[in-house]
Design a protein around this ligand. Sequence first.
Ligand code: SDX
Length: 427
Amino acid sequence: MSDKATLTYNNQSIDLPVITGTENESAIDIAALRSAANLVTIDPGYKNTGSCKSAITFLDGDLGILRYRGYAIEELAEKASFLEVAYLLIFGELPTADQLMKFEMDIKANSVVDEDVKKIIDAFPKAAHPMGVLASLTSALTAFNPSSVNVDSEEDMYKAIVKIMGKFPVLVAWTMRKSQGLPIDYGSKYLDYVENIIKMMFSHPNETFVVNKSVKSALNKLLILHADHEQNCSTSTVRIVGSSHAGLFASLSAGISALWGPLHGGANQAVLEMLEAIREDGGDTAKFMLKAKDKNDPFRLMGFGHRVYKNFDPRARIIKKAADEVLEELGVDDPVLDIAKSLEKEALSDAYFVDRKLYPNVDFYSGIIYRSLGIPVQMFTVMFALGRLPGWIAQWREMRQGKEPIGRPRQIYTGATIRSYVDISKR
Ligand code: SDX
């Protein structure tokens, strides 16, 4: 494999280095392009442009492969705990039993949120979208933890990591309880990480809380499946905001806002709303397939398609299987699951979708499980953020400790050329 590419332009040839990663992906390093040829590149949506080298997550969109630090998502989803996967993503190795116990204890020691945060939550209208509340509360954590992270100190970095890993689930649970008019629950240090999330979200003030094993297993799996996904929109946001040396909490808050969009993490809410609309419309999936293919119709089949996966999203396979299992275990009969399956079946044999390699993605079935767990539809993307937190932390840490420069893309200007000011009386 050649280690250089030659660009010929205006009768000038320049050699540009080609770098190759551990999975034999190659990229042209264009750092010298402007100085050598007075050229920049342009690639709206960065469909063909790498922003960084990273050792955290590997995807192969054609083969439907997803690995965290070299471990296959299928194995991790079946065998690991979410906190093990969080440790793996952030620190690069699966933890020993002692390392995991210390990580969990240090997180528990940081799971109390300043009572004044409740005043911020109370200031929001009950109907406020929880993603907007969560982004605000995450940014507000900076006010309660003003010291910025010294990324050159492993101890300082570790303290910031366990602080946000401890407090974020509390903000998620309090946001949900506020929207439901329920009293907040402070959780319990005697429960593990996922059990504690379930208690804070679902406990009832007049009942003794008992963890439902099926709910815990399903949530553990969903959080693992959402934990990282290389340079997606929200992770790229966390990295570029952090590249200005903005704090970790501020960078995460920006990532939450990016994830909110319906083309990204907001798709899991949009999928359920779409499936419900189809159900209320009589369940005519063929009608909605035609809408999805009609260029004049803004309707898209939410939960379908992916920038990288041009094969099945491996997470969608796992979630689809889990949806069947969880609904059976919980004795839930959700009619939209059947609608989802018939949509998938029709799309997988429809030329429009097959030609464009549009397959179900992580968001297509996840909402069906969230709903069966009793999570309100507006909280679905918040659950995505809860899973993605360790990935965002890992990527932010890699970017800052890798001393990456501030992100500042170039552009090609297409506006007005030089012109003189005209007095308002003459316009
Ligand atoms: C996530 O990047 C990640 O890794 C994200 C994520 C993660 O873990 O972080 O995996 C999570 O965001 C998953 C994606 C969730 N979003 C959705 O489900 C929304 C619906 N999907 C689409 O909006 C779209 O597929 C995207 C945004 C996901 C990908 O868009 P691209 O890569 O920019 O592709 P495109 O819009 O250029 O589409 C290519 C063609 C177009 O048709 P033509 O112009 O070629 O005729 O496919 C069509 C599109 O119109 N198309 C769809 C479609 N998705 C693409 N047509 C109908 N329904 C769809 N869902």
